[in-house]
Design a protein around this ligand. Structure first.
Ligand code: ACO
Length: 338
């Protein structure tokens, strides 16, 4: 049943998940398309026209996944004016965890000294941040005073085959974080539409290391790297994100004209332009920073959100739409009153 039609008075009084602070952290080293020309058979012209990416950040010493995540978290905590001890939950969305165990979230907890929190990772590829925000929203509905740190953080440069020009030009490293708590003043997350389709998992995948999975010990195993059927991913990404957004808007009796800012997953400018045209949303109401960072998977939306926030792109009361798509397949959209 549409959310907007169920017990509207009760829904309005319920605490909603609001973002108290945002932060991000990008590695210091920039790798341009020209740098990649010296590594694989590619060109700045090919990469820029096919993807919109001009450069990406690549992690170096002291920039492990959890270290980028911790720096992003400190910035979000500072904006929120929340101390690490006040956090009750830390969630890190990542497909490039620092280790398989402990979770990257536990590393972040230790770095921050967030002694009162429980911490765990979630894996939903490029849709990780929207899945995580929906998760936080559900905790907040039960415990509105809870302070939750949600981070999207990736060091995909370690999971990319730098000899494969089909994939290595697309990805970058980075982290974005938000501090979430509850409010009853009408702001906050008021709808989400998350989906997965495991039957299409082969279109975009990343093996675990051979040592972790004996089934992988076969001749055709090419490493624990991202593999992708680019054309298929492209088509599904545009269609499924459009479907997710239009369904969500319809559920809430909204149209695309009600959206003040769309913050999409930053994968590819042609995917975003296609999506924009299909949805009928003006360029100036879509936040895009893809040319600078490439595809940072779960980190892309929180990095974009932090930049949008610090640039003053959202005013209090604005309706912000998030929209993501990634391996799994996983995808979804989420509506928030800022
Ligand atoms: N430089 C030069 N040539 C290249 C490169 C490169 N880096 N990569 C591929 N090519 C070549 C291919 O080998 C192919 O050559 P051929 O015709 O001789 O075989 C040619 O370019 C065309 O390849 P296509 O795959 O048809 O190129 P396409 O126009 O589809 O663009 C791309 C490829 C950019 C990957 C596109 O399919 C795409 O954007 N897909 C979406 C993938 C994506 O964004 N994935 C990220 C993860 S999913 C997500 O986050 C949404």
């Amino acid at each position: 049943m549409p959310l907007a039609n169920t017990l509207p008075d009760q829904m309005d009084r319920m605490a909603k998940a609001v973002i108290l602070g945002t932060g991000s952290c990008l590695p210091v080293r920039t790798v341009s398309n020209a740098d990649l020309e010296r590594m694989v058979d590619t060109s700045d012209e090919w990469i820029a026209t096919r993807t919109g990416i001009r450069q990406r950040r690549i992690a170096g010493a002291g920039e492990q996944n959890y270290q980028l995540a911790t720096k992003a978290a400190r910035r979000a905590l500072a904006m929120a004016d929340i101390s690490p001890e006040e956090l009750e939950l830390i969630v890190v969305a990542t497909i490039s965890p620092h280790m398989l165990m402990p979770s990257t979230a536990c590393f972040v907890q230790a770095e921050l000294g967030a002694a009162n929190a429980f911490a765990y990772d979630i894996s939903a590829a490029c849709a990780g941040f929207t899945y995580g925000l929906d998760l936080a929203r559900n905790y907040i509905q039960n415990r509105p005073d809870m302070k939750i740190l949600l981070i999207g953080s990736e060091t995909l440069s370690a999971r990319v085959n730098w000899e494969d020009r089909n994939t290595c030009v697309l990805f970058g490293d980075g982290a974005g974080a938000v501090v979430v708590s509850g409010a009853t003043d009408g702001r906050g997350v008021f709808g989400s539409n998350l989906r997965s389709d495991g039957t299409l998992g082969n279109l975009l995948s990343m093996d675990s290391p051979e040592s972790c999975n004996p089934d992988l010990r076969r001749e055709e195993w090419h490493g624990a790297f991202i593999r992708m059927s680019g054309g298929d991913v492209f088509k599904h990404a545009v269609r499924l994100m459009e479907d997710s957004v239009t369904t969500l808007l319809r559920r809430h009796n909204l149209t695309i004209d009600d959206i003040d800012l769309l913050i999409p997953h930053q994968a590819n400018i042609r995917i975003l332009n296609n999506l924009r045209e299909r949805l009928g949303i003006a360029e100036e109401r879509v936040f895009i920073n893809l040319s600078q960072y490439g595809n940072t998977s779960a980190a892309s939306v929180p990095i974009a959100l932090d930049e949008a926030c610090r640039q003053g792109r959202m005013a209090r009361g604005d309706i912000v739409l998030f929209c993501t798509f990634g391996g799994g397949l996983t995808w979804g959209s989420l509506l928030m009153r800022w």
